[in-house]
Design a protein around this ligand. Sequence first.
Ligand code: AMP
Length: 423
Amino acid sequence: MIQSPRGADDILPPESARLRALEQRFIETASRFGYREIRTPIFEEAALFEKGTGETTDLVTKEMYVFSDRGGRTLALRPEGTPPIVRAAVQHHLLKQNPYLKASYAGPMFRYERPQRGRGRQFHQAGVEFIGVSDPLADAEVIHLLVSFLSECGVSDYRVLLNNLGCTGDRATYRAALTAFLIPHIQHLSRVDQERFSRNPFRVLDSKEPETQRFLAERTDLPCIADHLCASCREHNAGVLTALGSLCIPYEETPTLVRGLDYYERTVFEVVSSRLGAQDAIGGGGRYDHIFTSIGFKEDYPAVGFAIGLERLLLASVPAGSESGLHFLVIPIGESARGPAFRLVARLRQSLAVDLAWGISSLRAALRSADRQKTPFVGIIGDEELRENVLILRNMKTGEQMRLSLDDPASLSLLIQNELQKN
Ligand code: AMP
């Protein structure tokens, strides 16, 4: 039997509604920080990621879905959102019209990874890119947006990890120091990390391999990037830390945080949650001031951004009250109540998520189903109610009931909305 490809899951109700709501909420929250949504294609020329994300990254060498189309073009399903936004900014001259660009995005990404809880081959990200400003306040502002959004989603037990990777010059001296330190100990690293080391020694630092982690934890003499920062990068870092302090955002300076991509420089950050298990990062990002010329565009612009993994955000957030996503279920009892119940549902749908108890014949079965689905309110219309032109409104949590006129759906809707807001 044909099934969905490994690591690419169907998203069924109620998760589908939660995912859609998250994407929408993210775009709205970001718009309060000045971002506007850009939707880029889900496939691009593979070269955009090879040059932009970086040819030594796992993401490009091992995880990218690359294919040829019928015209012989080499394309890739997008593994991340940043290079496409950068391309779109240049292609549409968005930075010529304005001194800076604030772009948000949300949608599916594709990576050929080993699927596990919180890690898929198709997954969803929401993110922002703030392009054209090198001020450390911009770095603090994007982190502020990230944590504000997490709070709005009811995620509270997270930690913000922060590091500064310096500029190209700083990284060159640090790379030399780190390489010299690791070479005599190479056998203590896991096999995967020995191979990573040869491609990019920084990747060893935030390895998830237990062998490597044990070795690094024991080495108090591990060279630290902070000791290799130039004056201007130190000043930038101090600016970010002061701004985060002024916004009361707690952070943990984490010298081993490097993140997987080649383009980051100076600020990098990650938000982790203890609710997630092995794949504990909900989102992360950093500054990337030279990606434009890496891709082959003429001019560089300073930029900073982040991406949040929406499946992981769903795992880390407390689930919403109603499993069904409904606010209100209307239960007609008997043939003659069907018509009035159907019309009432149609009118209430302008303001509430409402459905009819389709195909359920007994009141008891309908109430049991509403209870199971955690639907907060039900309306009951039987023969007696029809004669009086009313419905019984029942609060499923408290069991409280009241009779309300069937002719006034606006008042009924308002009452339910007010009660929902109290919860
Ligand atoms: P990155 O683009 O690698 O910086 O990842 C940003 C966020 O996307 C991570 O913190 C995760 O929450 C999420 N993410 C990355 N890869 C996956 C994946 N394969 N499956 C699910 N979520 C992912």
